[in-house]
Design a protein around this ligand. Structure first.
Ligand SMILES: *Cc1c(COP(=O)(O)O)cnc(C)c1O
Length: 429
């Protein structure tokens, strides 16, 4: 549904009144402003807000530990030994996978390394990795170190995609052309599902198809896509993916990460991997035998027994997504909320010499976030918004990222940010 928008508080209030997700805001702790009001939190792309249900979820596990100690592994409301399994269905729904294909464990960069060990298998002739230029630094370092681990030179093995001159985002046709060009030398395509800086969402299905057509493996870092976009990892035929849970999934700082391994690798004990006892065939895990025998599916990439407190936070947060009607319901509101923010920003009528929105305009090419490239007084705008209680973030050299999220942000907040920016626009114009 796309409405004709208006920039008035009354219009925003009407949209909020019609919002089927409006009751979810009160399930979150909204950070207060110094004067005791509520901040306008547009930073869920960096750290999602705390769901109110998280505290009780943690306390339940603390109670199990206090009362049952080691027996908590096998008894209690949710025995720790199988704790991660209780999230398989919700995780699968979230990313469009079957439960066998997903696992929650570790942190994102750790999972990226574990997956790269299995899925970046360079040979003398096929060893190149295609990435976004200016990918999130952790991804750059992970790939650089993996390339070196295999004895290749990063400058030679890593190929970076850059936008055309004068453009800020990548065209799918250019990504596909680059895949073609590298062809038989291409071992791996590794992109973010959404680029953290520009907010551009990639056509993961088309990219996967192109990568496979030249014989490459295709994986995605979904840090900014999980909980933000509707994903169909299984149907898109993606080989592997991983994501963190503390951004759009509201699972707390340093929260547990998710990993996806396509079903076709579910029964491939021959795939090289770094192993630990939690990835070993669960039926004989406690026999403490020699000889690693991986579990079927993504579970076979686990190393260690689960971080129960982090998993408890994640499970509570995931439950809210399901309660809200799943990712498709979130996305419906999100498209409208971000479109409203774009409408409000365009309504400022600022020339591109002052402010440009570098995030694509097409809904399918972005998620919640809009990235504003501010050529004049960028830091001034950011500080002014911060002082007015708007929490976004600043990325050097001059980008402000604003991400209204569907679970707890409102159209009223977007309208209010527009008013604040209009006052700033008067000053800089
Ligand atoms: C947020 C983010 C990370 C962070 O990695 P951690 O291992 O969770 O610290 C990595 N990659 C991308 C693309 C991100 O957006």
């Amino acid at each position: 549904m796309m409405t004709t928008f208006h920039a008035t508080p009354e219009f925003a209030a009407t949209l909020d009144a019609q919002d089927p997700l409006r009751r979810f805001r009160e399930q979150f702790h909204i950070p207060p402003t110094p004067d005791g009001g509520e901040s306008i939190y547009f930073c869920g792309n960096s750290l999602g807000l705390q769901p109110r249900t998280v505290r009780a979820a943690i306390e339940q596990e603390l109670e199990s530990w206090a009362q049952q100690a080691v027996e908590g592994h096998f008894h209690g409301v949710s025995p720790w030994i199988s704790y991660h399994e209780t999230m398989a269905d919700a995780t699968a729904r979230l990313v469009g996978a079957n439960p066998l294909e997903v696992i929650v464990m570790n942190n994102l960069t750790t999972n990226l390394h574990l997956l790269l060990i299995s899925f970046y298998r360079p040979t003398a002739t096929r060893y190149k990795v295609l990435m976004e230029g200016g990918a999130f630094p952790s991804d750059q370092y992970a790939v650089e170190s993996q390339v070196k681990l295999h004895g290749y030179a990063p400058d030679d093995a890593i190929v970076e995609l850059v936008p055309r001159p004068g453009e800020h985002t990548l065209r799918t046709e250019d990504i596909e052309a680059k895949i073609q060009e590298i062809g038989e030398e291409l071992a791996l395509v590794l992109l973010g599902g959404i680029n953290y800086y520009t907010g551009q969402a990639f056509d993961m299905q088309a990219i996967t198809k192109s990568g496979h057509a030249v014989g490459a493996t295709v994986g995605f870092d979904l840090a900014h896509a999980a909980g933000n976009l509707v994903l169909h990892l299984h149907d898109w035929d993606v080989d592997f993916a991983c994501w963190c849970s503390y951004k759009y999934l509201n699972s707390g700082p340093g929260g547990v990460s998710g990993a996806f391994v396509h079903e076709r690798f579910a029964n491939r004990p021959d795939l090289p991997r770094l192993a630990g006892w939690w990835g070993h065939d669960a039926s004989e895990r406690f026999q403490m035998k020699k000889g690693f025998k991986p579990m079927t599916g993504a579970a076979g990439w686990q190393l260690a027994n689960g971080q129960i407190i982090a998993l408890a936070m994640h499970r509570a947060a995931l439950a809210l997504v399901d309660e809200a009607g799943g990712i498709a319901a979130l996305r419906r509101k999100s498209e409208q909320l971000t479109a409203y923010l774009e409408f409000i920003l365009r309504g400022l009528n600022l020339p591109p010499s002052i402010l440009e929105i570098i995030t694509p305009s097409e809904p399918q090419a972005r998620g919640c976030q809009l990235s504003l490239l501010v050529h004049k007084d960028g830091r001034g705008l950011f500080d002014y918004l911060s002082e007015a209680g708007v929490i976004g973030d600043w990325r050097e050299p001059n980008v402000i990222r604003l991400a209204p999220v569907p679970l707890y942000n409102t159209f009223g907040e977007v309208q209010r940010v527009g008013e604040l920016m209009a006052a700033w626009a008067e000053r800089v114009r």
